[in-house]
Design a protein around this ligand. Structure first.
Ligand code: SF4
Length: 463
């Protein structure tokens, strides 16, 4: 089955799962209320968005300069920068480092780019033990499934389901206390940090001016991942660079607000190389892997280049009516929701992934909340245009031609009214047929009723 058919099958199945939908929608409702309260703490949220968009525009449009500056500054302090054009190259670089260090155990803190390049699978296949240390990521790793959301990887699970999982995988007693569930994971993970030879992290931002990476988190797991093992590897996309250290004054609270509805996340750290002489902690080696993996293809597209401004806050997922109904796994991609539907065709191939541009109601809610003002719904529309240019659908073309003909001719338009009323009579009959609901649009939706009076008829009744 190809990606489009899988998406359609999974999306249809999940849309019919009312329990799942209400779970997600309840969680996201709480987020929305809290986010609005936090956004109001900014003197002017809209002005902050505009400034953030301009900083990212500068960063992305001068990526060549900023990345070189970042690498030079970091290497001057003993860090090592690796450039990976493809996912294969990034995996090979990381595998080479962990093999040279004769590592056995690896601890990771949330690395979305790691999901993108299937890093865990490659490391496990090579015989290394890999443990995710972010609580949500640890839970989904135990379930052998990918994260459900950028920021809330296990938001689709109830306490009871997590308790059952821990009982089965870790042999712990059942509990529905969130504190107790957290303590169970904490006890297991403490031992893993101490045993790990290598810590692998992502990066929320890379600062060109200072050659440092910035990591923002709530659990302290990234700090332990970066500080305890002898070797720290950070894997990040090349678009994460910001020009100046001062830019964090805007981006850190903005990411906390848009991503987790917090004024600022609990832990915000900067890492700028290995342990320096006289320092008591930190890794002996510090590597940064800068991943392209077709980001430069997106950079070469002037129409959609601003999708590289994304700071992965997940706000567009949280307001998307499609995400709220089909959830994160149905997309079949690392990056879900509106931004995932925009960038995945660029990163993984238009041919196989252009169906995602149609996973949108084009309501524009995503564009309205994006803190860096990416015009997401417009890009989805452009994606549809690109998809149809690549593979025209004859009946769609014919249908729009007929529509244009009828809509431009008042006499023909007048005929549609009785036809629409006639079609409405057959609607219950179509709904009652035992056909596959994924194929029959009307089986899972209510058709709007045709109004008893057209506007023209109504107008004629007025003097
Ligand atoms: S596109 Fe905008 S809203 Fe969506 S994850 Fe990226 S920064 Fe956040």
């Amino acid at each position: 089955m190809n990606a489009a058919a899988e998406f359609k099958k999974d999306a249809t199945r999940i849309t019919h799962d009312l329990r799942h939908r209400s779970l997600i929608q309840a969680a996201l409702k709480k987020y929305e209320v809290a986010r609005d309260a936090k956004a109001s703490r900014f003197q002017d949220w809209q002005e902050a968005r505009q400034t953030a968009a301009e900083i990212k525009w500068d960063a992305v449009n001068h990526l060549d300069r900023h990345l070189v500056e970042f690498a030079e500054k970091l290497e001057a302090r003993g860090g090592k920068v690796h450039w990976a054009s493809t996912a294969e190259q990034a995996r090979a670089i990381i595998l080479r480092i962990v093999t040279e260090k004769k590592a056995r155990a690896i601890i990771k803190s949330k690395v979305m780019t790691g999901e993108e390049i299937h890093l865990n699978e490659a490391l496990e296949k090579a015989g290394f033990e890999v443990v995710e240390s972010d609580l949500g990521e640890y839970i989904v790793q135990l379930r052998h499934e990918p994260p459900y959301h950028f920021v809330f990887p296990a938001m689709h699970l109830t306490r009871g389901e997590i308790s059952d999982l821990f009982r089965k995988e870790l042999g712990t007693a059942p509990t529905d206390s969130p504190e107790e569930l957290t303590m169970i994971a904490r006890r297991v993970l403490r031992g893993k940090y101490i045993a790990a030879d290598i810590g692998i992290s992502g990066a929320n931002f890379a600062i060109a001016e200072t050659g440092m990476i910035s990591i923002t988190e709530n659990e302290g797991n990234a700090r332990l991942t970066c500080a305890l093992p002898k070797v720290h590897i950070a894997l990040m996309g090349i678009e994460k660079v910001l020009p100046r250290l001062d830019d964090l004054a805007l981006f850190l609270p903005m990411l906390g607000t848009a991503g987790a509805a917090q004024a600022i996340t609990c832990y915000n750290s900067l890492y700028g190389g290995p342990r320096q002489p006289g320092e008591s902690d930190g890794p002996e080696e510090f590597h940064v892997v800068l991943l392209d993996n077709k980001r430069t293809h997106l950079l070469a597209d002037p129409e959609q280049r601003d999708a590289l401004h994304c700071i992965r806050c997940g706000a567009c997922l949280n307001v998307c009516p499609i995400y709220k109904n089909i959830g994160g796994h149905a997309y079949g991609t690392t990056y879900q929701g509106p931004i995932g539907s925009v960038i995945t065709p660029h990163l993984r191939g238009l041919q196989n992934w252009n169906h995602l541009s149609f996973a949108s109601s084009l309501c524009g809610a995503c564009t309205g909340v994006c803190p860096v003002k990416i015009n997401l719904h417009h890009h989805l529309l452009q994606g549809r245009r690109n998809a149809r240019a690549q593979k025209p659908v004859w009946w769609e073309k014919a249908a729009f031609k007929i529509f244009a003909l009828v809509a431009n001719n008042p006499a023909l338009w007048a005929v549609t009214k009785p036809l629409a009323r006639l079609g409405q009579i057959f609607h219950p009959l179509i709904k009652a047929t035992p056909l596959d609901p994924a194929r029959v649009w009307t089986q899972s939706r209510e058709l709007p009723k045709v109004a008893p009076q057209t506007f023209k008829e109504y107008w004629r009744t007025r003097k």
